[in-house]
Write a protein that binds this ligand. Structure first.
Ligand SMILES: [Zn+2]
Length: 234
């Protein structure tokens, strides 16, 4: 008489579920990596944008300084021309031009002050921005190391579990092995189910007294309702 089937199937069930969990965890790796890569790319972009914004403000300041110089030169010329105006019409036109240029001068002066303030503020923030960027890179590196260690651990566990499963399944009585193989092929890890009392824990159907007796006697019994290979719950 071959040995009782229950403890063998219980172990097969545990290992097959464990292998399924391991595979899910392994499959999670690339998705986690994508999220972490996105976080790094965002940090990279924020860092680059900070420096780019300083350049843009400096450029704007330079442009406005050029504009101011042109406006001031024009203003001086119009003010000089004003004295030589030969008609009221010309005089009024010059005055309008002076008012416009003066307003423009004020706008440009404000814009330059604003740009200077922006450059100053953003330049002062550079050390903090740099350390944020360095921290994001360090975090990503640490995550890569951690992920590699985790994957190695999962793969080792997987290899060991596959081996243990093969050894355990070899203990299933040969006359039931084809049936067992068909069941796990159809249902995967959930092709096996514990029996609690007389109840199949997969479909909650009660076994007959005869079926329970066979199972307790060490036989290979399948649930008449859901077809799972049954074992006694510890
Ligand atoms: Zn069942």
């Amino acid at each position: 008489m071959s040995q009782a089937v229950s403890p063998i199937l219980r172990e097969c069930h545990r290992l097959r579920r464990h292998l399924r969990d391991l595979q899910s965890e392994i499959d999670l790796g690339p998705r986690v990596l994508k999220i972490q890569q996105k976080a790094l790319a965002d940090a990279d972009a924020a860092h680059a944008e900070h420096h780019a914004s300083i350049k843009r403000w400096k450029l704007k300041q330079k442009d406005d300084e050029g504009g101011l110089k042109t406006t001031e030169t024009r203003l001086l010329k119009v003010q000089t021309d004003l004295n030589g105006a030969t008609s009221k019409k010309e005089f009024d036109a010059k005055n309008i031009e002076i008012a416009t240029a003066t307003a423009r001068k004020g706008e440009l002066e404000d814009a330059i002050l604003n740009a200077l303030g922006e450059v100053e503020e953003r330049t002062a923030a550079v050390p903090a921005v740099e350390s944020q960027w360095a921290a994001a890179q360090a975090t990503f590196q640490a995550q890569r190391v951690e992920a590699a260690e985790r994957l190695a651990r999962l793969l080792a566990d997987q290899a060991e579990s596959v081996e243990t499963l093969a050894v355990t399944e070899a203990k299933i009585p040969p006359e039931h092995r084809n049936q067992y193989n068909r069941i796990v092929k159809s249902y995967g890890p959930d092709g096996l189910a514990p029996v609690h009392g007389r109840t199949c824990m997969n479909c909650k159907t009660s076994l007959t007294e005869q079926q329970k007796t066979s199972l307790s006697g060490g036989a290979f019994v399948c649930c008449p309702q859901c077809g799972r290979a049954l074992y006694l719950q510890e």
